[in-house]
Write a protein that binds this ligand. Structure first.
Ligand SMILES: Nc1nc2c(ncn2[C@@H]2O[C@H](COP(=O)(O)OP(=O)(O)OP(=O)(O)O)[C@@H](O)[C@H]2O)c(=O)[nH]1
Ligand SMILES: [Mg+2]
Ligand SMILES: [Zn+2]
Length: 356
């Protein structure tokens, strides 16, 4: 638990009559941590808030602006509503077992949307240059960010572990035409000035990426002291240890805020087809040149996608990934509505909204 690391908690007097607005920092059990600029305090959502919330995604998340009122005889506040969100980063979250990988798709099990963060100015997608670099994974994060309509920035972390970071920048930029990509190292300080350039006072950024890519380390470096726990990646598996377990917002001394997130184990998509098409726009453009409108890019004559693969302008694995994710999105749409209704009703009865 990282909340204790922030021991700048102050006792505050909240004006009972007026409703005020505070930034949501994080969650601690059924309480929310808030900050209105003078230190952290706790709050809980009112019964009326619960009644009005139609789904889990409407409960407070880091970056939200919460309207609150003071409580008599309690040093906590009542959260009455959230200000409308400018944007929200959403992922599909498994809420029950029974999942199976089938043909590259996750099937079975029950899923629910989880809002990771709200009101974000820049989403940093981190990928490590220490041997776990994965282009498909980056693409998936990009699709999620495109869906949220938040500007993404890719950070290739641990540049100190890699002899040739520029070759990775090239590989990455081949699939992400309009996304800034920077190689950084929290250890040597490489690229840190570039990252700081995104952190103007009042801005909110989020760190996303697999466990062990160095999200919390980067936050600590920017903060100037250890506010989040960091652990070495496992020698046995070469993977991160899921050190960070809560999403939490940190206000940097310079006035910007960073939302540190846990590495996502299963990044399922919660998006629309258009978001996919933006990330795979090269394939969409090629497909528009195929002779047949409904070309499946198999053995049809005049297929521009096949031609591009033959000529080395498009890689076969990339086309495959596009198809897999397309299938996943279609599949998702089919079962989304029914499941959501069921799960939301159940959660509402049990009052277990927004569980991590
Ligand atoms: N060589 C090198 N190692 C780094 C760098 N940044 C982070 N690490 C190491 O990577 C490991 C994982 O770092 P964390 O910051 O805990 O990773 P995380 O992304 O927060 O992981 P989760 O909280 O599990 O999602 C630690 O051993 C860090 O010391 C870097 O720039 N260079
Ligand atoms: Mg972490
Ligand atoms: Zn075709």
């Amino acid at each position: 638990m990282t909340i204790e690391n922030n021991n700048n908690q102050t006792t505050m007097k909240h004006d009972q009559r007026t409703s005020s607005v505070a930034q949501v920092i994080g969650r601690l059990g059924d309480r929310y941590l808030l900050d209105a600029g003078e230190g952290e305090f706790r709050g809980f959502v009112t019964g009326r808030f619960r009644n009005q919330a139609l789904e889990a995604g409407q409960y407070p998340v880091p970056g939200d602006l919460a309207r609150y009122e003071a409580c008599e005889q309690m040093d906590e506040v009542r959260i009455t509503a959230l200000e409308p969100r400018r944007n929200r980063i959403v992922r599909k979250m498994p809420v029950s077992g029974g999942r199976k990988m089938h043909d590259g798709l996750i099937t079975g099990g029950t899923t629910q949307e989880q809002v990771l963060a709200a009101n974000v100015d820049t989403a940093f997608i981190l990928a490590g240059l220490d041997g776990n670099y994965s282009l498909p994974r980056l693409e998936r994060y990009l699709v999620m960010i495109r869906h949220a309509q938040v500007p993404p920035v890719i950070l290739l972390t641990k540049a100190d572990c890699c002899d040739d970071p520029s070759s990775y920048i090239e590989r990455t930029s081949a699939v992400t035409t309009d996304v800034p990509i920077h190689a950084v190292s929290a250890y040597t300080g490489q690229g840190m000035d570039i990252v700081r350039g995104y952190l103007e006072p009042g801005r909110v950024v989020v760190f996303l990426g697999s466990s062990g890519v160095g999200k919390s380390t980067l936050l600590n470096t920017l903060y100037g002291r250890e506010v989040q726990t960091v652990r070495t990646i496992s020698e046995k598996t070469g993977k991160g240890r899921h050190t960070t377990t809560n999403r939490q917002l940190f206000r940097l001394p310079g006035g910007a805020a960073v939302i540190d997130t846990p590495g996502i184990r299963e990044l399922q998509l919660w998006v629309e087809e258009e978001d996919l098409d933006r990330v795979f726009s090269d394939i969409v453009d090629l497909a528009a040149q195929c002779r047949f409108n409904d070309c499946t890019h198999g053995s049809e004559p005049g297929c521009a996608v096949r031609a591009a693969i033959r000529e080395g302008r498009l890689s076969e694995p990339r086309l495959e990934r596009y198809r897999t994710e397309q299938r996943e999105v279609e599949h998702l749409h089919m079962r989304q509505t029914a499941y959501l209704r069921k799960v939301n009703r159940k959660n509402k009865e049990e009052g277990t909204y927004g569980a991590e």
